[in-house]
Design a protein around this ligand. Structure first.
Ligand code: ATP
Ligand code: MG
Length: 263
């Protein structure tokens, strides 16, 4: 079931991105000279304010957009385009789901492309539809679902494909607090049992501390970059009442206050 892919470290080397064309001396850069490496099996968080360039950086890692300067690599191999080993959970589920397919058909889409048998597809889709709490909604079309439900279909589809690298762009932003908490727990369980690499974008400090092993802070754009990386050496499942959790929360919050902008 899993991709024939040996996971590799993800390298972001001095990457700059402007959407202006042609590029000139006066071009405004969304991301400027940023670098990062994410190890195989790591759970890495990108944390930053709205509009700083988190989605842009994730899209670069996914291979959906090209850098203006600098390069991205998977191990020794330059990232030039999207590859199946890197699956993206998009910020907006509307653009990710096929409106003409039911919930089950959306979840099974990637498996069907891989020619997985009908029986196995049903087994896998049942598992992930249950995991995201959508059992009973299998026959509905995206237009019949709420925003949070659509987001959970997208999540089930990506997990059903069992990618080595999960790129997640504020995947739980549209969910109510209780569903969000249970999805966070499930994601940690999946990550711990499958040793996937996860790069997870959020602007929520508590979510960052509940999930990540390292938290990379992006500065306010233009010219955004990862300005600081915090290690979160806390055991899983994380306890939001633990003194160390709260100490880190305050440090990160103060970091943002020091930058004179809010999340
Ligand atoms: N295709 C594009 N063309 C032009 N500008 C773009 C494009 N995509 C993003 N931008 C600009 O790049 C900046 C960063 O956008 P991005 O979506 O990466 O931010 P973000 O950190 O993900 O924000 P949010 O938290 O609100 O999702 C914004 O100023 C945005 O207007
Ligand atoms: Mg975004």
């Amino acid at each position: 079931m899993s991709e024939l892919f040996v996971p590799e470290t993800i390298y972001v080397d001095n990457v700059s991105k402007t959407f202006e064309e042609p590029v000139s001396e006066n071009s405004c850069y969304i991301i400027k000279d940023t670098s990062l490496s994410v190890e195989t099996g790591e759970f890495f968080i990108l944390l930053g304010p709205s509009g700083c360039g988190k989605s842009t950086l994730l899209n670069l890692i996914a291979g959906f957009t090209e850098t203006t300067y600098g390069e991205l690599r998977l191990g020794g191999k330059k990232i030039k385009k999207h590859g199946k080993e890197r699956a993206m959970v998009f910020q907006n589920a509307d653009s990710a789901l096929f409106p003409w397919l039911t919930v089950r058909e959306n979840v099974e889409f990637g498996l069907r492309m891989k020619k997985v048998s009908k029986k196995e597809r049903a087994h896998v889709s049942d598992k992930y539809i249950r995991l995201v709490g959508l059992t009973g909604h299998e026959k509905k079309f995206p237009k019949e679902l709420s925003g949070g439900m659509k987001q959970r279909v997208q999540l089930a589809r990506v997990l059903a494909n069992n990618p080595a690298i999960l790129l997640m762009d504020e995947p739980f932003g549209a969910l109510d607090a209780m569903t969000r908490r249970s999805m966070q727990k499930e994601l940690v369980n999946i990550w711990r049992t499958t040793s996937k690499t996860v790069i997870f974008v959020t602007h929520d400090i508590q979510e960052a501390l509940l999930l990540g092993q390292r938290i990379g802070i992006m500065s306010l754009g233009p010219d955004s970059k990862i300005v600081k990386i915090y290690d979160v050496a806390l055991p899983y499942p994380r306890d939001i009442t633990a003194p160390e959790f709260n100490r880190l929360y305050e440090i990160i919050e103060n970091h943002f206050e020091g930058e004179a902008w809010t999340l």
